[in-house]
Write a protein that binds this ligand. Structure first.
Ligand code: SF4
Ligand code: SF4
Length: 353
């Protein structure tokens, strides 16, 4: 490797951090070892030799405090906004780095942080052009959590990832030692998932001499259904930030049918009626504007086990969301049930099947 390439490696790492990333990793065709079809750099850019992947934290301003308020159902918007802004910043950094690399003589393509999918794959599988997560763990940005999310010792899994793929031959960074992975398989990320998207069985990936372990995953539509507010309650004492309570069946095809035929149209009508501040924009939802109402697997995770337990306690004592005059309020299960019982049928259809 020429000095020039080593220098460029240091420049792009510094650039990502200067512009707002907390961690940066470089992977190459050699270190990716044909791991998975979503780590194929050629799919993004023919002749690509390296990728720069980076993590942007969901803001520095009282992130832990805002996570507590989100989980306690005191404030939804502040944390949601931090997550959305981090994603937008990650996309911006990718664009700026690819611009610089292009200008100095190599080809480079920015890869969106999220919400862009392979057009040749069925939309319900939400297959990304490139797995930022696999590149991140391979390049040492963080460890693989049992959730399947990348976890970092500074921000847990509250990070947005994006990448730049380039024909420049950059110097790869190393995967982190597994002994330093704080994930102790507490499984709180699985416990808080109303969608049962995570299956409590190990998915073991071996790449070169490294082993990455995450939980197996069910159909991606399970997360899609709950994550963006089409539903958010499954009985019990707490809900997500969604006021909808469409069933979450065990059978995937039944779930997809309720999701697509009832829950999404009802959600669109609610948004028309109540307005939607948002959020972010997603290609597969009517009207495109949507909100995060769950992300609980991401927010419950923290490097310290005691903090995770406290977060979980906050969530299970936070109550159930109902919507009145376009405003979301947390009430007890009994109060929510009474409100639903008295609700006119036409309104009720917007929230439940
Ligand atoms: S919540 Fe627990 S099991 Fe899940 S990724 Fe975090 S530490 Fe691991
Ligand atoms: S965002 Fe919510 S629904 Fe999706 S996997 Fe995480 S906890 Fe489950």
């Amino acid at each position: 490797m020429q000095n020039h390439d080593i220098e460029l490696t240091e420049i792009v790492k510094d650039m990502a951090k200067t512009l707002g990333a907390c961690n940066v990793g470089i992977t190459t065709n050699e270190t990716l070892k044909d791991w998975h079809f979503t780590t194929n750099l050629d799919y993004i850019l023919e002749g690509a030799k390296s990728a720069i992947t980076f993590a942007v934290p969901f803001g520095e301003d009282d992130l832990n405090g805002n996570i507590d308020k989100y989980l306690s159902k005191i404030n939804h918007k502040d944390l949601e906004k931090q997550k959305v802004r981090a994603t937008t910043l990650a996309n911006g950094i990718a664009l700026e780095i690819s611009g610089l690399i292009n200008q100095i003589g190599y080809d480079a393509e920015p890869v969106h942080s999220n919400f862009v999918y392979r057009k040749e794959s069925p939309p319900e599988y939400r297959v990304p052009p490139l797995s930022h997560k696999f590149l991140a763990v391979r390049g040492g940005i963080g460890h693989m959590g049992y959730s399947g999310l990348i976890i970092t010792k500074e921000y847990g899994s509250s990070i947005a990832l994006a990448s730049v793929v380039t024909t420049a031959k950059l110097k790869a960074t190393k995967s982190l030692a597994e002994i330093d992975n704080y994930c102790d398989k507490c499984k709180l990320c699985l416990t808080v998932c109303l969608a049962d998207y995570m299956i409590d069985e190990e998915d073991v990936e071996e790449v070169d001499t490294d082993t990455y372990i995450a939980s197996k995953k069910a159909h991606p539509m399970r997360c899609g259904y709950v994550c963006t507010g089409s539903t958010g309650y499954k009985g019990g004492k707490w809900s997500t930030w969604s006021a909808a309570r469409f069933k979450i069946p065990e059978d995937d095809s039944e779930l997809i049918e309720i999701y697509q035929k009832k829950a999404i149209p009802a959600q669109f009508e609610r948004n028309l009626k109540n307005g939607i501040e948002g959020g972010f924009f997603h290609p597969f939802y009517p009207g495109y504007k949507i909100e995060y109402t769950c992300s609980l697997c991401q927010f419950v995770c923290h490097p310290q086990k005691e903090v995770r337990k406290e977060r979980y306690k906050k969530l299970v004592n936070s109550g159930v969301i109902i919507e009145e005059n376009g405003k979301r309020l947390a009430v007890t299960t009994n109060e929510a049930d009474e409100i639903f019982e008295k609700m006119p049928i036409e309104k009720k259809k917007l929230y439940t099947d």
